[in-house]
Ligand binder design. Structure first.
Ligand code: SF4
Length: 413
């Protein structure tokens, strides 16, 4: 029996979806890209911004009108708007963040199959592994702690069992994700750390690359970066949740830390990972952000060694402190977001240009008759001529041409 999946939002959501896929494939269900051939669908949702929530609701409305399949819908939008959703879409199944552990079981109950019919899984390369959920902080703009609860880490033995399992399935890269990944292990007894779990995963032989999703600057010390650089499998790409380069705005966001500390963190990473692709999240148009404060963020970025940006125009989320503050005019927020997005594109192009002629390790993520796609350790997507025999193996690619800010061309070195 075939099913489709879709996911909105963060890498933790993608990680959850991947786990559901693996569990369902083990039971004999088959993933298909085509809704027309599917019996049911699985959707993980996001409410982190107003836009994300609108996109989710549009997706559900369209699916309801245009497809006959029934959807199992989980995640933050359900936690936020469950009553409205279950009233409006009566034959769909909804799971808030507390209930989503039951999703696979609910599929089995409603779409039973003969579990002896096990299909072979599709092309494997990168696995998003969620090792942490929830958050103990209360940033002024963020609804996530209300929807996902306190920080909870997966015990080390469970993570290692999963990593070994996905390695046996053919995955060569694991992306460690979490709502606040940097806080991994603080809630466990005995206490664990992110570095500790990376060290263990290093020993899983067929895993070639360990990539980290967003890091919280509040947890990053010089010693952390130094120790991280001792792990040969850690990918040369790091992402930070900075959100602003203006100290006054960072303070009003209730995030703690200062822009000078953020620059120091970047300098530590540059010292130990000189070729790394460094990126960060920025929220623009936070209530009260003056033109001067916005320009402080622009200058912060220009003076930093960042190579790409994820830019989010501020949108108030019900139930957060920032929702009670006077918002800036929407056109101003949009204009600032565009300015930073343009800057981010220039930074990506400049970084890719500097990579031309260099050789990087990568993993093949897509193969087709005309080309193959490799994602390198420093997170460049590189199109190379078709290759045979590299599936499930790491390979070396030389970057030859920058096609655009998201794609390079190259060949096997
Ligand atoms: S650290 Fe702040 S932004 Fe990140 S999940 Fe926690 S409250 Fe939200």
């Amino acid at each position: 029996m075939k099913f489709v999946v879709d996911s909105f939002g963060c890498r933790s959501n993608q990680a959850e979806v991947q786990e559901w896929i693996i569990d369902l494939e083990k039971l004999g269900y088959e993933l298909t890209p085509s809704p027309a051939r599917a019996a049911f669908g699985i959707l993980n949702t996001c409410s982190v911004t107003e836009k994300a929530e609108k996109d989710v609701l549009r997706f559900i409305g369209k699916a309801y009108r245009n497809t006959r399949i029934r959807w199992f819908i989980a995640g933050c939008t359900v936690s936020q708007d469950r009553t409205i959703l279950s009233h409006k879409y009566k034959n769909y199944f909804f799971f808030d963040n507390q209930e989503k552990k039951r999703l696979v079981q609910a599929v089995c109950e409603n779409f039973p199959i003969d579990s002896r019919l096990i299909f072979h899984s599709s092309f494997r390369s990168r696995f998003f592994l969620k090792i942490q959920d929830g958050c103990n902080f209360r940033c002024a703009y963020c609804i996530v702690p209300s929807l996902r609860g306190k920080a909870q880490s997966l015990p080390k033995k469970d993570i290692l069992a999963k990593v070994r399992h996905v390695a046996a399935l053919g995955y060569r890269e694991v992306v460690l994700t979490g709502i606040n990944l940097s806080s991994y292990g603080y809630d466990l007894f005995p206490r664990e750390t992110l570095l500790g779990i990376i060290e263990e995963i290093q020993h899983v032989r067929s895993i070639e690359i360990i990539r980290l999703s967003s890091l919280d600057p509040r947890f990053i010390k010089y010693s952390f970066v130094k120790e991280l650089s001792g792990f040969s499998k850690v990918a040369d790409s790091f992402h930070f949740s900075f959100q602003s380069g203006s100290d006054a705005v960072i303070r009003r966001m209730k995030r703690g830390g200062k822009s000078a500390e953020y620059l120091r963190i970047l300098a530590h990473f540059r010292k130990f990972f000189p070729e790394a692709n460094l990126g960060a999240d920025f929220i623009v148009g936070f209530p009260g952000e003056s033109e001067r404060e916005f320009q402080e963020t622009v200058r912060f970025i220009q003076s930093s060694s960042l190579n790409y940006l994820h830019v989010f125009p501020f949108s108030p989320r019900r139930g957060t402190k920032a929702a009670a503050l006077d918002p800036l005019p929407m056109e101003m927020v949009r204009a600032r977001a565009l300015e930073l997005k343009d800057l981010g594109i220039q930074m990506k192009l400049a970084y890719r240009d500097r990579c031309r002629g260099k050789v990087f390790t990568g993993i093949l993520i897509e193969e087709n008759p005309n080309y193959a796609l490799v994602v390198t350790r420093n997170f460049l997507s590189v199109r190379i001529p078709p290759v045979r025999g590299y599936k499930k193996r790491k390979l070396l690619v030389r970057i030859e041409r920058v096609v655009n800010e998201n794609l390079c061309e190259g060949k096997i070195a």
